[in-house]
Design a protein around this ligand. Structure first.
Ligand SMILES: *[C@@H]1O[C@H](CO)[C@@H](O)[C@H](O)[C@H]1NC(C)=O
Ligand SMILES: *[C@@H]1O[C@H](CO)[C@@H](O)[C@H](O)[C@H]1NC(C)=O
Ligand SMILES: *[C@@H]1O[C@H](CO)[C@@H](O)[C@H](O)[C@H]1NC(C)=O
Ligand SMILES: *[C@@H]1O[C@H](CO)[C@@H](O)[C@H](O)[C@H]1NC(C)=O
Ligand SMILES: CC(=O)N[C@H]1CO[C@H](CO)[C@@H](O)[C@@H]1O
Length: 498
């Protein structure tokens, strides 16, 4: 009897334990959803706080260079995992261009396991065509075609946010039809667009022994038009008449060295420099970074582009790469896919400091240089925007909130943000620097986008006051699309300043 009683007590206890654990779990997930709803409400309120009068003029935005067709495909289904190729790729692994299947699988394996966004050239046209054929036949029902290229994607986003847009690109008739009629095009019509193969994966997707830590994409291209910036001259002509408020420079990552004879690439970039340095000071200029892998090209950008722009936009990988180029003259391939806010901010300060110092050292000799006054870094978990105080960039808080909401809307491919399809990767508070005893800021109900001011010492004589805003991203749980997200996010953020 005693034993049975004891057993039934035990059963009762375990039933209780299970019940309590279920209630506890429900409580925890309710708390999480509550937090998401609170932040979402706050972000939406900030997004809609920017009220413009009815007669507010449509801001004019001009964007160069290039366009392409994106072929989207499921990466893990498409690429056949092949052990003998993928073995022994260490952390120091590098391949600049992809010439054969082995290099394709190796580079993919490398970025996939790091969850790092990447873009690589495949000079081997035969292999590139073969891959497109395999996609079109074996994966016929699975592939999707989209308009691609940084410039058109940003352009359409600006248009959707109420801007008048001029796009510098050569397009086929087919691709032109995918762009709103109202967007003006500077560039000739061409017969065939360049194609980019976008290999997409979700967080948790498996490929051989590897698992992706986050959703991302790996892009391969074999461009014939874009590397030469063929629309540059048309764009230049059109700019004079258009008189934009903002010029956006993007797509320069397509300028892979193998496409050019000695010196030709440098000459093209010098033309870009002339184009942007001739704009009147009232015209704002933004440069959109990308996945650059060639140190020579980055050095040319450092000379010809970065000193002439007011603003730069990039993701966490590109920030780390840019910082290493500026600081140590070397590139990094994959870096942390989910960096802490503190370290991202420190890297942004370093980039700002180096570029601002360059400005003050050289402005006497070259009056066309511009002080960088805005840096926008988008990561999976948050948006960080740094602006110089009293520069032309205002509404930084709205810009950060808008960028954060756009990140969710884009990756989930929905306009309505559903709290249940979102998760937060951030804690309630964060340190504003990785240095010891750094101040902490909090994401609160009253203030979901913390902003603050601080001084950055550029050199012994010069200290500049800046403002930083951080907006949390309600990370889309089931990513539908990541290619092009950065363009939508950057343009959405910029549009709020205009
Ligand atoms: C955004 O920042 C501006 C300037 O600091 C401030 O006046 C405004 O109230 C902020 N907007 C919101 C919604 O917090
Ligand atoms: C993957 O393997 C299949 C079967 O061997 C083959 O038909 C296909 O072309 C391969 N795919 C790629 C991208 O090489
Ligand atoms: C690709 O397909 C596999 C199943 O074949 C699936 O598990 C994975 O989630 C898919 N990835 C994407 C990005 O659709
Ligand atoms: C933004 O700044 C510009 C230039 O300083 C100013 O003319 C404009 O009124 C400001 N806009 C808002 C919404 O504060
Ligand atoms: C969610 C979202 O805003 N997506 C847009 C991103 O930009 C492309 C074109 O540039 C639009 O088609 C999407 O609707």
């Amino acid at each position: 009897m005693g034993l049975i009683k004891y057993m039934s007590l035990l059963t009762t206890c375990s039933v209780f334990a299970v019940l309590i654990s279920i209630i506890w779990q429900a409580f925890i997930s309710l708390k999480k959803i509550n937090k998401v709803i609170t932040l979402l409400t706050g972000l939406l309120a900030i997004e809609s706080s920017l009220k413009r009068p009815q007669d507010y003029p449509r801001p004019k935005v001009a964007i160069g260079y290039g366009a392409c067709t994106d072929l989207l495909i499921n990466a893990t289904d498409f690429l056949n995992y092949t052990e003998k190729y993928v073995q022994d790729i260490g952390p120091e692994f590098t391949v600049d261009e992809i010439n054969n299947e082995k290099e394709l699988l190796q580079t993919f394996a490398y970025y996939f396991q790091n969850g790092a966004a990447a873009e690589r050239i495949m000079p081997n046209t035969e292999l590139f065509r073969k891959l497109i054929n395999i996609a079109k036949t074996r994966h016929r029902n699975q592939i999707q075609w989209f308009i691609g290229g940084n410039a058109p994607l940003m352009g359409i986003r600006f248009f959707m946010e109420g801007a008048d847009v001029l796009l510098g690109a050569r397009l086929s008739h087919k691709l032109r039809r995918l762009i709103p009629e109202e967007i003006k095009i500077a560039g000739e019509e061409i017969d065939e667009d360049d194609i980019h193969i976008i290999l997409e994966y979700k967080s948790g997707d498996n490929w051989g022994p590897f698992t992706a830590p986050r959703a991302n994409r790996y892009i391969i291209h074999n461009d014939k038009n874009n590397p030469h910036l063929n629309s540059l001259e048309h764009f230049e002509e059109a700019l004079k008449e258009f008189q934009p408020k903002l010029v956006v420079i993007s797509g320069l990552q397509m300028m892979d060295s193998y496409q050019f004879e000695e010196g030709v690439r440098e000459a093209r970039l010098y033309k870009v420099q002339q184009q942007i340095s001739r704009q009147p000071p009232t015209v704002l200029q933004h440069f959109e970074m990308a996945s650059y892998v060639e140190i020579e090209l980055l050095q040319m950008l450092r000379k010809n582009v970065l000193p002439y722009v007011d603003s730069i936009g990039m993701n966490e990988q590109e920030l780390d790469n840019l910082r290493q180029v500026l600081e140590f003259d070397r590139i990094t391939l994959a870096s942390d896919w989910n960096p802490r806010i503190a370290s991202t901010l420190d890297h942004m300060r370093e980039v700002f400091k180096i570029l601002a110092n360059n400005y003050y050292e050289n402005i006497k000799r070259n009056g066309r240089l511009r002080l960088l006054t805005r840096i926008h870094v988008h990561t999976l978990a948050y948006q960080a925007i740094l602006v110089v105080k009293d520069s032309q960039w205002n509404n930084t808080n709205v810009s950060a909130a808008k960028a954060a909401l756009t990140a969710h809307r884009y990756v989930c491919q929905t306009n309505m943000v559903n709290p249940e399809s979102a998760s937060l990767l951030l804690d309630d508070s964060f340190a504003i620097s990785a240095t010891k005893n750094a101040e902490r800021k909090t994401f609160s109900t009253q203030n979901p986008v913390p902003c603050w001011k601080e001084f950055i010492e550029v050199n012994a004589q010069k200290s500049i006051e800046i403002e930083i805003c951080i907006a949390p991203v309600l990370v889309c749980r089931v990513a539908k699309k990541t290619a092009g997200a950065g363009d939508n996010i950057s343009a959405a953020g910029l549009s709020q300043h205009l």
